[in-house]
Design a protein around this ligand. Sequence first.
Ligand SMILES: [Zn+2]
Length: 152
Amino acid sequence: MLTATQVTTTIGRDSTFVNLITSNSFWSNTRIDVSQKRNVMKHRTGTLYTQKMAHIYGRVISSSCLLCHQPDSQIHMLSGCQNASLQNMVTERHNIASRLIIKILNKGDFGRIIIFTDIGSETRMAQQSLVLPTHVANRTFTPMASTKPFSR
Ligand SMILES: [Zn+2]
């Protein structure tokens, strides 16, 4: 089984699978500002400034995450940190992206086969102008503080 990165890399080598307009639209998208594009490139090149990087550069004593005190890294920063405030941000980022995907799927042939989503509250859906078809059930999962967080 291939990881998502391996699939992307494999497909990326074969330009017959690449839609050049879609693949490059990120760079001309005016809703993504320069600092966001810079952070994406830093992530892709492994140069996001984490505590681990700060420690490597000798700027801090510890390479541990300042929020949870676990070993810091890019993946930890983006989705691994178990600090509650960061987990809420990760969940909301997931839900925003999922709502965008559901909005697009609803416009196509696959929209009618969606029966269940977990993409946040109706208020949040309304903020993104998303109305689910009546046959779609949406459940907002609220992890309890005393349980181990679920993984995606
Ligand atoms: Zn952390």
